[in-house]
Write a protein that binds this ligand. Structure first.
Ligand SMILES: Nc1ncnc2c1ncn2[C@@H]1O[C@H](COP(=O)(O)OP(=O)(O)OP(=O)(O)O)[C@@H](O)[C@H]1O
Length: 401
């Protein structure tokens, strides 16, 4: 059969590129769903131990976005290493979104917030007219992914700072990758954008004015966590809060019982005078053995505070994880958005491999570029009904890859 000249060229992404994990897939799916550009991905999660392929959380993302934009799918199944995803270019507003209620179920504790990461750009730029309540089942505190607490305390306020309508986060039940597994759930209420996201600038870090510590751990470790944190804050006060401010540093510590002797979690969030939030956390995953228990609390406090200090001392406006999570919004905003990622001496802090991967995916699908200073001229995707076609056409003017 002769090739159809009107058919859009499929953009091919090699799944071993850079970080070579699930984030490459999630971002590609989100951008394909929004722009209707068909994609194929080979060697999915090809840099991951055990051969890669789609795990349950990734499959959930493919299936939900596929159904949302009526995509033609091929190769989709657990452990698939190669898929194509071709959204229906004629499909208008999604009916499920117009009802204002979306439910995404997972039967394993795959990270709720990585599913959110995949679908959030699509929901925000969907053109839907009313807030959407998205209830996602899965894991809320899963290693190597954003915890519910990080999303609520760092991602959500930072998205608001860059001009995205406030997202409400409500946790129903926690679910962990440590200790016995059960399925948790969270509802995020997302208000879709009514017009293009204006370019945003995160350039002025300011001084740290407060730090909150969120501890979730076995009840009998509360005292020890609080003492360890007190000592840490006393020792590291000038490195955290600087030496120039006359104000008393604000420190708030909250404790929640994790109800399981294998779950130790600490999140530290620094808030600056320019309302920047820098967060670092750790869900302890080094094995809980008798005789080693008394080491866990100091180890957790040490690691998380070391990581936070690294973020504070480079002077950037985003922590390492947020930096990769904002790439998609820089790429979709209208005009040049810059996110200062910090400096070591005179040298700009390099984006993490995750951030470089996100930038690469955005380049392949939207033809945007990121400079050394963290700047990117976004495509100005319009979420509003009929103009959406025009925005797509504008994006389509660039050479297809
Ligand atoms: N502690 C953390 N706090 C906030 N965000 C995090 C944290 N750890 C990881 N992330 C974010 O979670 C995402 C993880 O992407 P990654 O590709 O590793 O995901 P994945 O689907 O688990 O893939 P894989 O199983 O292939 O590693 C990135 O956006 C990263 O910044």
């Amino acid at each position: 059969m002769a090739p159809n000249p009107a058919a859009p060229t499929i953009i091919h992404l090699e799944g071993t590129t850079l970080e070579g994990g699930g984030q490459l897939l999630r971002l590609a799916l989100g951008l394909s769903s929004l722009t209707k550009k068909p994609i194929s991905i080979t060697n999915i999660r090809g840099r991951r131990f055990g051969g890669g392929g789609l795990r349950a959380q990734h499959l959930t993302c493919v299936q939900w976005l596929g159904q949302a934009c009526d995509a033609r799918l091929s190769g989709v199944g657990l452990k698939s290493k190669e898929i194509t995803f071709a959204p229906d270019a004629m499909k208008g507003a999604n009916n499920e979104l117009e009802t204002g209620h979306v439910r995404i179920n997972q039967s394993t504790p795959g990270s709720v917030n990585l599913v959110l990461q995949a679908i959030l750009p699509y929901l925000l730029f969907s053109g839907a007219q009313s807030p959407i309540h998205v209830r996602i089942a899965g894991g809320t505190n899963v290693s190597n992914s954003p915890s519910y607490d990080y999303i609520a305390q760092v991602l959500v306020p930072m998205l608001e700072l860059i001009g995205i309508p406030q997202i409400e986060a409500q946790i129903h039940l926690r679910s962990w990758s440590q200790g016995t597994s059960e399925i948790g759930s969270v509802t995020y209420t997302i208000t879709p954008l009514k017009s293009k996201l204006p370019a945003f600038q995160l350039l002025e870090r300011g001084e740290v004015k407060s730090v909150t510590a969120t501890i979730i751990a076995p009840k009998d470790t509360e005292q020890s966590f609080r003492e360890e944190l007190d000592v840490m804050f006393e020792r590291r006060e000038s490195r955290i809060f600087g030496t120039t401010s006359n104000n008393e540093p604000e420190i708030e510590v909250t404790f929640e019982d994790s109800h399981n002797d294998k779950r130790y979690y600490l999140l530290l969030v620094a808030t600056t005078t320019t309302d920047i939030k820098l967060g670092r956390d750790w869900l302890y995953n080094q094995g809980v053995r008798p005789g080693k228990l008394e080491k866990i609390v100091p180890t957790v406090v040490r690691k998380v505070s070391d990581d936070l200090l690294t973020e504070i001392e480079h002077g950037g406006c985003v922590d390492e994880h947020l930096r990769d999570q904002l790439v998609v919004f820089q790429a979709l905003a209208e005009g040049k958005s810059t996110v200062f990622g910090g400096k070591k001496g005179d040298v700009f802090v390099e984006p993490s491999l995750h951030a470089q991967t996100a930038q690469w995916v955005a380049h392949e699908i939207l033809d945007v570029d990121f400079d050394e200073q963290g700047g990117c001229e976004g495509v100005g995707l319009c979420p509003c009904g009929e103009q959406k076609g025009q925005a797509r056409a504008r994006i389509g003017e660039t050479t297809p890859k």
